[in-house]
Design a binder for this molecule. Structure first.
Ligand SMILES: C[S@@+](CC[C@H](N)C(=O)[O-])C[C@H]1O[C@@H](n2cnc3c(N)ncnc32)[C@H](O)[C@@H]1O
Length: 243
């Protein structure tokens, strides 16, 4: 079975885990308000991403995987007025909120929104693929196929930009990083009860892997040199170019 077939099957199997459970109607409606406490972090991530991508063609075409409520499209559309976008997400509820935000920002006419996983995007040859705060929702075993799907949708020389929760859960620094992470979660409205479950969430529910493992998976997918460009507590970002 090819990596892509495996991705299609496992992503379907995990749909209830990643979309129905987390990104349901309630989450979609609350997402932007909940994330507003993180604005300094997402602003910084988006600012650095735009710097990384400033030399792409003026009319670049971008694929945003796990586009959710459209944050990265809104930011890139402002920085690059001639870019066009394909956004894909398995949560119809998140996409619906995103569609509304993009319409309000008058950028919807530059966007195509697709309900599904990366494999639902039949177009290839993108100048850039962006996937922000998505990869940790994908189990470790399914990650190689996820990155391969992103790789295959880029043109030669096209760029991947990705940020995810990334941490060595067995590392000596993990307990301290967990405490730091709790302060972020508190800003996002976590209760003492949910903070108590945070470690289990990182270990058992999400697919958090150490940074070195993400880099190795990018290389296995065909990106010769993953370059780290961002870290805010447990959120780390990399960029790379397709050969
Ligand atoms: C935390 S949100 C991030 C949304 C947006 N990228 C942002 O930065 O605000 C994660 C999104 O990833 C989507 N998602 C979850 N599993 C996915 C998968 N396997 N492939 C693509 N998207 C996925 C969810 O539906 C959700 O909209």
């Amino acid at each position: 079975m090819s990596a892509k077939d495996r991705y299609n099957i496992t992503m379907t199997r995990h749909a209830s885990f990643s979309t129905s459970h987390f990104f349901n109607q309630d989450m979609a409606e609350a997402y932007d308000q909940r994330n507003s406490g993180l604005k300094p972090i997402s602003d910084s991530l988006h600012f650095l991403m735009a710097l990384l991508l400033k030399d792409l063609p003026r009319d670049a075409r971008a694929l945003c995987v796990g586009v959710g409520t459209g944050a990265e499209i809104l930011s890139l559309a402002k920085a690059f007025p001639d870019w066009t976008f394909v956004g894909v997400d398995p949560s119809a509820e998140m996409l619906s909120v995103g569609r509304h935000r993009l319409e309000q920002a008058r950028v919807l006419d530059r966007c195509e929104l697709i309900h599904g996983y990366a494999d639902a995007v039949t177009e290839t040859g993108f100048d850039v693929v962006v996937t922000l705060l998505v990869a940790h929702f994908i189990k470790r075993d399914d990650r190689p196929a996820f990155y391969a799907a992103l790789h295959d949708r880029l043109k030669s020389g096209g760029r991947l930009v990705s940020a995810e929760i990334s941490c060595d859960l067995e590392g000596a620094e993990f307990p301290a990083m967990l405490e730091d992470w709790k302060s972020i979660q508190t800003l996002m409205g976590a209760t003492p009860e949910s903070l108590g479950k945070l470690e289990d969430m990182l270990r058992s529910v999400l697919g958090v892997v150490p940074p070195s493992e993400t880099e190795a998976m990018w290389q296995a997918a065909g990106f010769p040199l993953p370059v780290p460009f961002f870290q805010a507590f447990m959120i780390r970002g990399w960029h790379a170019a397709r050969r």
